[in-house]
Design a protein around this ligand. Structure first.
Ligand code: MF3
Ligand code: CO
Ligand code: CO
Length: 274
């Protein structure tokens, strides 16, 4: 077993998939407002994928060993839901924070997997800060990606930043290799030690998708077989990008007109003070 190195044709297919995945999040953004149901957001995303893009949602009927088929097109994870929330009748209200996780499959069979946080109305300072720090965690991880680096470098910087801010890192779920297969090697842990784990090589493609809890890291699985919540009912946040290892560093594949810019903590990391 080993981590696949994508061919130039596969990389081109994954660029297209990544852009389309990101464009679904752009499309849904204006609809994420108080009063909308998560089921309506799912219906709109699904319709956009199939009718406008000609893609199909990877989550729909996705059933890894031990899981029932996922019944919807996207995941909507609200407040203390860590991941894999199933869209339904839940009405979003001011102050909620929701992660929408979209994975498209293109007509050529490539997966575009990404997620963003949405804060509704006037979010609490705590919700805003958790989403912000989680975004920084994802980007600090991304900034470590280059040939010769190790997966543990990514996990380490994410864990450091989360814990320094008083937060905890979910251990049960991780980033993953991706291509024509939704989830493949490697597992990209969001915690770890520098210099450990697989060495990165140009042509690898994987996601970085830290799930960060405001409270303790322990999880609770809901009886629907999918929804994961924080055990202590604290808020949880997540962001996800799909990353290509290039000869010199990284390329973010899940990029569109509406992609939020990298945070200052990454842009200014190597800046020399005046
Ligand atoms: N998109 C999720 C990920 O980042 C996986 C969701 S699986 C589903 O890996 F079936 F819940 F949609
Ligand atoms: Co995802
Ligand atoms: Co993913």
């Amino acid at each position: 077993m080993s981590i696949s190195i994508k061919t130039p044709d596969e990389i081109e297919g994954m660029r297209i998939a990544g852009r389309l995945g990101a464009e679904v999040l752009d499309y849904i953004t204006p609809f994420v407002k108080p009063g909308v149901t998560t089921g309506e957001l799912d219906r709109l995303c699904h319709e956009y994928m199939v009718q406008v893009q000609g893609t199909v949602p990877a989550p729909l009927n996705y059933a890894p060993p031990g899981y029932p088929p996922f019944p919807k097109a996207v995941c909507t994870s609200v407040n203390d839901v860590i991941c894999h929330g199933i869209p339904g009748d839940k009405v979003l209200k001011a102050g909620d924070s929701v992660n929408i996780d979209v994975t498209v499959i293109t007509k050529d069979g490539f997966h575009g997997d990404n997620s963003r946080m949405f804060l509704l109305g006037e979010p609490t300072i705590q919700a805003r800060r958790l989403a912000e720090v989680t975004y920084e965690c994802m980007w600090l991880g991304i900034s470590k990606v280059k040939p010769g680096a190790h997966l543990g470098d990514i996990g380490h910087v994410i864990q450091q930043h989360a814990e320094k801010n008083g937060y905890s890192v979910v251990r049960e779920f991780c980033g993953h290799g991706i291509g024509k297969v939704f989830h493949e090697e490697p597992q990209v842990l969001h915690y770890g030690r520098p210099g450990t784990g697989e060495e990165l090589k140009a042509g690898m493609i994987f996601t970085i998708e830290p799930m960060i809890n405001a409270g303790r890291r322990e999880i609770r699985e809901m009886p629907d077989g999918w929804t994961i919540k924080t055990k202590d009912r604290s808020l949880s946040a997540q962001w996800e990008h799909m990353i290509l290892v290039t000869e010199t560093g990284y390329e973010v594949l899940t990029t569109s007109a509406g992609t939020p810019p990298p945070p200052a903590i990454v842009l200014n990391k190597d800046a020399v003070p005046a």
